[in-house]
Design a protein around this ligand. Structure first.
Ligand SMILES: Cc1ncc(COP(=O)(O)O)c(C=O)c1O
Length: 444
C-alpha cells in the first residue's frame, strides 16, 4: 500500500456524510445565489494586477461590505479559507523571521503554521480548563523581547478572556490576532469576537456555523493592515509594481499569493450571513438548556464549560469535561457507553500542537531548521517538550469530549435523552468498570 492509499484509509470517516447533512443550512437562498452567479457566467472577478478588478467581482465586494456592516468593522477582506487568511494576518502585521507569537496548543494546526509560513515561531501557552481558551497568566510567562503578538483562539465558539489578554498585550506592546474561525457571532462585552484585536480571521469551511464549503475572512480596523492583507491575497508583488506613481521607497515589499474567494462562494456566503443570527440564537438556546440540565442533575463527573464574564459563545461545539476519577471510568469507556445509547462524542479535540511531528523535529523545510533554529535567530529557549502545557495535555488525553448537541437539528428532546443516558452510565458505573477491566485483560 502506498503512503497516499494509507492516508485515504486513515482519513476515511464513515460518519462524515451523515454529520454534514445533519446540520446543513444550505437551502433555497443559497441555491438562488449560486444560480445568479452561474447565470452571470462570471465565476471570479479578480485580476492579479492593479485596477478595478484587483479587489474581485461584485459578489465578493457585496459580501465584504455586508460583513463590514454586520460586524461593525472597517475592513472585511475575503479569502478562500481561514488558513490563508491566518497567513495573511501574520504577514500583514509585519511579523517575520526572529519573531515569536504566543498561542494555544489546543487549536487547529493552521493557527500555528500561519506563523511558521511567515518565518516566525509559535510559542505555546497553556489554556484555562473552564473555557478552553488561552490562560492569560500562562501567556504572560512566555513573553520575551522577541514576542510580537498573541494569537487568541476562540475555541468551540467561546470568546477568550479578552480584557486580561489585551491588558498584557498593551503592557508589552504586542498585537492581538484573533483566530475566530469557530466563533462567528460570538460576543465579548457587546462586541463581536473577531473584531476586538488588531486583526480577526473567520472560517466558512463546511463544518462552520455559516459556510460555503470553503472560505474565510480577515477583518481589521487598520487601513495599513488591510492594504497589506489585500496585497498578500492577490499577487501583491506585481500590483505594487503596477502602481507607477508610487515612489520606490514607498512600495510595500510583499510576495503575494492567490488566496482569493470565488464569486460563487461569496454569493453563497451572502445568503448564509443573513441566517447567522437565527442559527446562533438556536445554538445559545440549546447550549443553555444543556448546561441547566447538567447543573440540575447533581452529576459531579460531568463538567460543563464556563464563560468568562461578558462573553456570549457561538457554540460551535459543546465541550464537556469528564471527571474520570470521580466516576472511576476511563473517558473511552464513557464515550463507548454513550455511543451505545446513540450519542457520539469526539474525544480530546486536537493533540497539543507542540507534540506534533513538525514541532518535535523542529523542521518544516528541507535541509534547514528555519525558522525554529537559524544562525541569526537561534531561539535558544524554544520548548516543545511533553509537559509544556499540562492543562491542555490533561484535557486532550483524559477529560475533554465535545458534543454537537447544541447544533441544529438537535432539540431539547435530544438533550433530555442525552441526560437520561448520562444518568444510566452513573447508575451502571460498577458494571461498566467490570467491562473496562475485562477489556484491559483481553487487550493489555
Ligand atoms: C480554530 C481554527 N482555525 C483555523 C481553521 C482553518 O479554517 P479553514 O478550514 O477555513 O482554513 C479552523 C478550521 O477548522 C479552525 O477550527
Amino acid at each position: 500500500m502506498t503512503k497516499r492509499d494509507k492516508l485515504a484509509l486513515l482519513g476515511g470517516n464513515p460518519t462524515l456524510k451523515k454529520s454534514v447533512s445533519a446540520y446543513n443550512t444550505i437551502g433555497s437562498e443559497e441555491k438562488a445565489a449560486a444560480l445568479r452567479v452561474m447565470n452571470s457566467k462570471n465565476l471570479s472577478g479578480f485580476l492579479g494586477r492593479a485596477g478595478d478588478r484587483f479587489r474581485g467581482g461584485p459578489e465578493v465586494r457585496a459580501f465584504e461590505e455586508n460583513f463590514e456592516k454586520k460586524f461593525g468593522v472597517k475592513h472585511a477582506i475575503s479569502f478562500n479559507s481561514a488558513t490563508t487568511a491566518l497567513q495573511a494576518a501574520v504577514g500583514a502585521l509585519g511579523i517575520g523571521p526572529g519573531d515569536e507569537v504566543i498561542t494555544t496548543p489546543m487549536t487547529m494546526p493552521a493557527t500555528a503554521t500561519a506563523v511558521l509560513f511567515n518565518g516566525a515561531v509559535p510559542v505555546f501557552a497553556d489554556i484555562n480548563e473552564k473555557n478552553y481558551c488561552l490562560d492569560p497568566q500562562s501567556v504572560a510567562k512566555k513573553i520575551n523581547s522577541r514576542t510580537k503578538a498573541i494569537f487568541v483562539v476562540n475555541l468551540f465558539g467561546t470568546p477568550a478572556d479578552y480584557d486580561a489578554l489585551r491588558l498584557i498585550a498593551k503592557r508589552h506592546n504586542l498585537k492581538i490576532i484573533e483566530d475566530n474561525a469557530q466563533a462567528a457571532g460570538a460576543k465579548y462585552k457587546g462586541r463581536f469576537a473577531g473584531t476586538i484585536g488588531d486583526i480577526g480571521v473567520w472560517s466558512f469551511n463546511v463544518h462552520k456555523i455559516i459556510q460555503s464549503g470553503e472560505g474565510g475572512m480577515l477583518t481589521t480596523n487598520d487601513d495599513g493592515y488591510a492594504y497589506r492583507a489585500e496585497l498578500i491575497r492577490n499577487h501583491g508583488e506585481a500590483v505594487v509594481d503596477d502602481i507607477w506613481e508610487t515612489k520606490p521607497e514607498e512600495r510595500e515589499l510583499v510576495a503575494g499569493s492567490n488566496f482569493r474567494l470565488s464569486e460563487l462562494h461569496a454569493a453563497i456566503m451572502g445568503a448564509q450571513l443573513a441566517k447567522l443570527d437565527d442559527l446562533i440564537a438556536s445554538r445559545i438556546h440549546l447550549a443553555a438548556y444543556l448546561t441547566k440540565k447538567i447543573k440540575a442533575s447533581g452529576i459531579k463527573w460531568l463538567i460543563p464549560f464556563e464563560l468568562v464574564k461578558g462573553a456570549v459563545s457561538a457554540h460551535y461545539l459543546y465541550p464537556l469535561r469528564l471527571q474520570t476519577k470521580i466516576i472511576g471510568l476511563q473517558r473511552a469507556t464513557i464515550a463507548k457507553a454513550l455511543a451505545a445509547e446513540g450519542f457520539t462524542l469526539q474525544e480530546g479535540y486536537q493533540k497539543p500542537l507542540y507534540l506534533m511531528p513538525i514541532f518535535q523535529a523542529k523542521r518544516i523545510f528541507p535541509r534547514t531548521q528555519f525558522p525554529f533554529i537559524s544562525r541569526e535567530f537561534p531561539h535558544p529557549n524554544l520548548d516543545y517538550k511533553p509537559g509544556l502545557c499540562p492543562v491542555a495535555e490533561r484535557l486532550y488525553g483524559e477529560e475533554l469530549v465535545m458534543s454537537k448537541l447544541c447544533q441544529p437539528p438537535h432539540t431539547t428532546q435530544h438533550i433530555d435523552a442525552f441526560m437520561e443516558a448520562i444518568k444510566k452510565i452513573s447508575a451502571n458505573a460498577g458494571e461498566l468498570k467490570k467491562w473496562e477491566t475485562a477489556q484491559k485483560i483481553a487487550n493489555p
